[in-house]
Write a protein that binds this ligand. Structure first.
Ligand SMILES: [Zn+2]
Length: 101
């Protein structure tokens, strides 16, 4: 998976298109990520006991990793991720400025 936890990303589609956030969770199995503050869903939780108040809980929902684009930390641009292989280690690089991500 190209996106990792802690990456700064920009949403490319959906209602939060164009908004930026930080990846807080990744799910490599399903190729999905959670971006802090984006793609929020509101759940209304009913009061279960008398006297208790119902609550609205906003929570981030997983989005497909393909609908977010990485923002490079060195050039600050929206970019695609490339890889550079150095012996046994593989590092991610920004396709725009070649910096390691
Ligand atoms: Zn860059």
């Amino acid at each position: 998976m190209k996106i990792r936890k802690g990456d700064n990303v920009i949403m490319q589609n959906g209602k939060d298109r164009g908004k930026k956030g930080t990846v807080t969770k990744t799910s490599p199995d399903t190729n999905k990520v959670v971006v802090e503050g984006l793609n929020m869903v509101k759940n209304f939780v009913r009061a279960r006991k008398q006297g208790q108040k119902g609550q609205i809980i906003a929570k981030e929902r997983f989005v497909s990793a393909s609908s977010v684009a990485l923002i490079c930390k060195s050039c600050g641009k929206q970019t695609r991720v490339g890889y550079r292989v150095n012996g046994k280690t593989k590092t991610r690089i920004c396709k725009k400025c070649d910096a390691e991500i």
